[in-house]
Design a protein around this ligand. Structure first.
Ligand code: CTP
Ligand code: MN
Ligand code: MN
Ligand code: MN
Length: 377
């Protein structure tokens, strides 16, 4: 019956919890500046520096009290000299001069605008900035040839830079679940990413798809995008096939954070509720003005995992990125194991350790289980 089908298909995360870590409750709001420095380092392509600031910022957020002086931070890990200086500055002057200078620099502003285009990374943005391109208007008149992702990114720039709400994510879930179940009954769709961690908004919506019969999930992404396309809700998609089966050796042990699942980076059309009953003629007219058309564009990631790797895929795609990084670091340094979104390899026993739940993975690593809402580091 359709109810059974629905229950099988619509596997939802068990709990929806508010983000566990909230700035205003724990530290002065003005300490968010450490995130600005992290972002600025990222925009400079300085990954090491960015991670250091992200760690400091995450540590401050994890404190259960407001910080009133740097002396209270003595002995805490993850806080480098630079971060302490910034915190001192904020505590003394209400703001950090370095952060304020960063925020108002033309480089930071331009890099933010340009990397804010879907499909544009730091390297491309840097090149454009060097050529004097600082705005979308300048990019459009520059004569640069944009790839399909960047063209879509520019076309839907405003929509894609407007955070996706939890309600919008739920509406997208319904669309994706319907499409997946219609092309492969029995398939399971799980909301991953920030929304699984209980965040109330996000930059995209991430879905992990699997099927209880291993092998049935192969090639699923293409069928799903074809279905979404036929329903007129697929604005852009770029599909990558699974390359893990070809050479699994090393994937579990590789240093790259990139997994090799079949996946699709897409942009979907989300029709807004109140607009559904509108007169079609009116709807057509509205579409000429992106400001008042009855739909918005939403970035959606679809990832397909074989059931035997599902627990690892779920852990990897739930994030946060910093949490994943710390967990993988722990695995290597403390347990001599290599954790990826596909597998866990024990370098001492020279074998893969299997897991059918996230709990088992934490247990293999000798860690206490952390629920998704506790992974907002
Ligand atoms: N991820 C990944 N490989 C990618 C992209 C993302 O493994 N190519 C993982 C990230 O490590 C992260 C999760 O997928 O753990 C979600 O990534 P993302 O959507 O970028 O971030 P969110 O935490 O969902 O936050 P946001 O609200 O900004 O989307
Ligand atoms: Mn996400
Ligand atoms: Mn994503
Ligand atoms: Mn296709």
């Amino acid at each position: 019956s359709s109810r059974v089908l629905k229950r099988q298909c619509f596997q939802r995360p068990a709990t929806r919890v508010r983000g566990a870590l909230l700035y205003p409750d724990t530290i002065p709001f003005s300490l968010i500046p450490l995130a600005v420095l992290a972002e600025s380092a990222e925009l400079n392509g300085d990954e090491g520096r960015a991670v250091a600031f992200r760690r400091s910022e995450a540590l401050l957020r994890s404190l259960d009290r407001r910080v009133q002086g740097v002396a209270e931070l003595r002995g805490l890990p993850c806080l480098g000299e630079h971060s302490r200086r910034v915190i001192q500055d904020v505590l003394d002057n209400g703001e950090s001069s370095e952060v304020e200078e960063t925020k108002s620099s033309s480089r930071y502003k331009a890099m933010k605008v340009l990397t804010g285009i879907f499909g544009v990374g730091v390297k491309t943005a840097k090149r454009w900035f060097t050529e004097g391109i600082c705005s979308l208007a300048q990019l459009e008149t520059s004569g640069h040839t944009l790839n399909p992702a960047q063209q879509a990114g520019l076309k839907y720039y405003a929509d894609l830079n407007q955070p996706v709400t939890r309600d919008e994510a739920d509406a997208i879930s319904v669309t994706v679940e319907e499409a997946v179940c219609s092309v492969l009954p029995g398939a399971q769709v799980t909301l991953a990413g920030g929304f699984r961690r209980g965040k109330t908004s996000g930059h995209d919506v991430d879905f992990l798809i699997t099927h209880p019969d291993e092998g049935k999930e192969e090639g699923l992404v293409h069928k799903v995008t074809a279905c979404l396309e036929s329903r007129g809700v697929l604005l852009y998609h770029q599909t990558t096939r699974n390359t893990y089966q070809e050479s699994p050796e090393g994937a579990g042990r590789s240093r790259s954070n990139m997994d090799r699942f079949e996946r699709c980076f897409s942009i979907l059309k989300l029709v807004q509720e109140q607009a559904k009953d509108q007169d079609p003629v009116q709807v057509e007219a509205d579409q000429t003005d992106s400001g008042c058309r009855p739909w918005r564009a939403v970035r959606v990631d679809l990832v397909v995992s074989p059931i035997s790797q599902f627990a690892f895929a779920l852990l990897g795609w739930t994030g946060s990125k910093l949490f994943e990084r710390e967990m993988r670091r722990w695995a290597v340094h403390e347990k001599s194991m290599s954790l990826s979104s596909h597998a866990l390899y024990d370098n001492n026993q020279k074998r893969y350790l299997t897991a059918s739940s996230e709990e088992e993975i934490f247990a293999h690593l000798g860690l206490e289980y952390v629920s998704p809402s506790g992974r907002n580091a």
